[in-house]
Design a protein around this ligand. Structure first.
Ligand code: TNX
Length: 522
C-alpha cells in the first residue's frame, strides 16, 4: 500500500458516528481465559444501540435469568432500555441466548458465540454454558460496559465466532473467612469479579483456630463465642444460615458452586474454646488471635466428638446444594498418625451419610480414603508419593500447589500484604505450570481442576482481597479453562493487560505487576 493509500485507509476506518466515541473497542483476541477456538470476521462489528433487544430461549427461566443478568449490567452502563424477550424461532437481530444448536463438543459449560453485523448469538447445551458465553461477550465489549453509571458509548462488539469449553470441570477460588471475617457483600463482590473469568467454585474456609463463622443451631456457641474475634484481635463475625444461603444463591445465579469447609481435626481452637466438653481434658482453651498453626486437635477418642461432627455436617449439608463438603485435614500436628487416620475415616463417612462428597487437603491421603474423596494438593514440590499412589488408585486431585497457586503469597519481597513461606508468586509464575502434568504420577485424567486459596492472616478488607486475587486468579482461571495448546506467556500477558481498563472501571484494586504492560490510565 502507498503512503497515501495507508492514510486513506485510516481515514475511512474512522466510524461516521454522531456520538463522540469515548469507549475503547476491544479486540477479539483479548479474552481471558483463552477460548478453545476463535475466528474473527474481519471488518464485521455489531453495535448495541438503544433499540437492541436481549432474547432468551423461550420457556427457559434459567436462560431468561442469564439474559436479565446481561441486560441489567448493560442498562446501567449504556442507559438503554434493553428489553428481555422470548427468542423467536430464528432471531435475526439483537442478542440471543439459545439452548439449541450448540455443537455437542461444548459440553455442560461450553458455548458457541457468533457476532455478526445484525445479531449476536450465544448457543449452549445448558444454561451454565450461556452464562460462561456471556462472560466472553462482556470481555468483547468496551471496558466501560462494566461501569456502574451511564457512559457515552458507542458499544461495538467485534465480529466472529468462538467455540469454547473448559479443560477441567473444577475451577475454584478459596476465601478464608476464619482468620478474618468478611461480610456477605464483600463475598458477593468477589463472586462477581471471579465469574468474569469463568470460575465455577467458591470454597469458603468457614472455621479455623481463630474463628468459627457459620451458625450451627445445635451448637450455638460455635458462632456466638467462637466467631467473636479474628487474627490480631480484629472484629470477628459469622454468617447466619440465611447469610450463607444468600451467598450460595448469589453464587448459584452466576453458576458458581459453594464448597463449605470445616477444617478438622486440627485448626479447631475456636470450636474447642466454645465447648469445654469437646476437649479431652474437659477444659476450654482461650480464644486465639495469633497466626500459629498445628496446635489444636479435636479429641479423637471422645464419643461426643462424632455427635458434634454429625450435627455440624448435617446442618451444613442441609443448606449446601453443591455436591461437596470440605473437611480440611491439614497440618494436624497435634493429632497422632493413628488418631488422624481413624478420625478422617469417620469424618468421610459422616459426609457420605449426609449425601456429600468429601474434599480434604492432600494430607488426607494418609488416611484410608473413600474412593470418592477428592485430595486438594497444597504442597510446594512436584513430587508426592502418597498423592501419586492415591491417584493411581483412582483418587481425583484438586491442584493448589502453594508455590504457584496460593493467592496469599507475596508477589515480590516488598508486597505489603501476604506471606512468603511458599515463595514469591509474580503473575508470570502463577501462569507458569501445567495442572495436568505438574505433579509426578498425577496426570490430566486424575486432575479434577485447579483452585487458588486466599488465606487471610494478613488480609482484612475487600481492597486487600482485590490486590492479592488480581491479576493472579485470571492466570489460574486460564490454566483451568483453556486448552494447553493455547498456553503462551507473551500472548497471555497482552490479553491480561487488556483486563486492566475493565478492572479500573469496576473499581478493582489490582496489583499493577511490572510483568504486564497495562494500558495508559488503567
Ligand atoms: C498453610 S495450606 C495452611 C493455612 C495457612 C496458610 C498460610 C493449608 C492447607 N494450611 O492454615 O493459612 O498456610 O499461607
Amino acid at each position: 500500500m502507498t503512503r497515501f493509500g495507508a492514510v486513506l485507509a485510516i481515514v475511512l476506518a474512522v466510524p461516521l458516528s454522531p456520538v463522540t466515541p469515548t469507549a475503547t473497542a476491544v479486540s477479539f483476541a483479548n479474552v481471558v481465559p483463552a477460548p478453545v477456538s476463535a475466528t474473527p470476521a474481519a471488518g464485521v462489528t455489531y453495535q448495541i444501540t438503544s433499540s437492541t433487544t436481549v432474547y432468551a430461549e423461550a420457556g427457559s427461566t434459567a436462560a431468561q435469568a442469564v439474559a436479565t443478568f446481561l441486560a441489567t449490567q448493560l442498562r446501567r452502563s449504556t442507559g438503554y432500555a434493553l428489553p428481555v424477550a422470548d427468542a423467536p424461532a430464528s432471531p435475526s437481530d439483537g442478542i440471543s441466548l439459545l439452548l439449541s444448536g450448540a455443537p455437542a463438543s461444548v459440553g455442560p459449560e461450553g458455548y458457541q458465540l457468533t457476532v455478526a453485523a445484525n445479531a449476536v448469538t450465544i448457543r449452549a447445551l445448558q444454561p451454565a454454558g450461556l452464562f460462561r458465553g456471556l462472560q466472553t461477550l462482556r470481555q468483547l465489549l468496551p471496558p466501560e460496559a462494566d461501569a456502574a453509571t451511564v457512559q457515552a458509548g458507542p458499544w461495538p462488539i467485534p465480529g466472529g465466532t468462538i467455540v469454547d469449553y473448559p479443560r477441567f470441570a473444577y475451577r475454584g477460588m478459596m476465601l478464608d473467612v476464619a482468620r478474618h471475617f468478611f461480610p456477605v457483600a464483600t463475598v458477593e463482590r468477589l463472586i462477581d469479579q471471579i465469574a468474569l473469568y469463568k470460575i465455577n467454585t467458591l470454597h469458603l474456609h468457614l472455621s479455623d483456630d481463630q474463628g468459627w463463622r457459620i451458625v450451627i443451631d445445635s451448637w450455638p456457641n460455635l458462632a456466638a463465642y467462637g466467631g467473636s474475634t479474628a487474627v490480631g484481635g480484629d472484629p470477628g463475625g459469622y454468617y447466619t444460615k440465611a447469610d450463607y444461603q444468600a451467598i450460595v444463591a448469589y453464587a448459584a445465579a452466576r453458576y458458581i458452586t459453594v464448597v463449605p469447609e470445616i477444617d478438622m481435626p486440627g485448626h479447631t481452637n475456636a470450636a474447642l474454646a466454645s465447648y469445654a466438653q469437646l476437649n479431652c481434658n474437659g477444659v476450654a482453651p482461650n480464644l486465639y488471635t495469633g497466626t500459629n498453626v498445628g496446635f489444636s486437635s479435636l479429641c479423637v477418642p471422645l464419643a461426643l466428638t462424632y455427635t458434634f461432627l454429625d450435627d455440624v455436617i448435617r446442618e451444613l449439608s442441609a443448606i449446601t446444594p453443591g455436591p461437596y463438603a470440605h473437611i480440611g485435614g491439614d497440618e494436624a500436628s497435634s493429632t497422632t498418625a493413628a488418631d488422624y487416620t481413624y478420625f478422617m475415616n469417620r469424618a468421610q463417612n459422616i459426609v457420605a451419610a449426609h449425601g456429600k462428597t468429601a474434599i480434604g487437603w492432600h494430607d488426607i491421603v494418609k488416611s484410608d480414603e473413600l474412593p470418592s474423596t477428592v485430595a486438594q494438593f497444597w504442597g510446594t514440590t512436584s513430587t508426592d508419593s502418597n498423592v501419586a499412589a492415591a491417584a493411581a488408585n483412582g483418587t481425583k486431585v484438586l491442584m493448589s500447589p502453594a508455590n504457584l497457586a496460593y493467592l496469599d503469597m507475596k508477589y515480590v519481597r516488598k508486597t505489603k500484604l501476604g506471606q512468603t513461606w511458599a515463595g514469591l508468586i509474580e503473575v508470570d509464575k502463577a501462569y507458569s505450570w501445567n495442572p495436568g502434568a505438574y505433579l509426578t504420577g498425577v496426570g490430566e485424567a486424575s486432575v479434577l481442576g485447579v483452585e487458588g486459596p486466599l488465606w487471610t492472616e494478613t488480609i482484612r478488607t475487600s481492597a486487600d482481597i482485590d490486590y492479592m486475587v488480581f491479576p493472579r486468579l485470571p492466570a489460574l482461571a486460564e490454566l483451568g479453562w483453556s486448552p494447553w495448546s493455547t498456553h503462551n506467556w507473551t500472548a497471555f500477558a497482552t490479553r491480561l493487560g487488556a483486563q486492566g481498563p475493565r478492572w479500573k472501571v469496576m473499581g478493582v484494586n489490582y496489583y499493577h505487576s511490572p510483568k504486564i504492560t497495562w494500558p495508559t490510565g488503567s
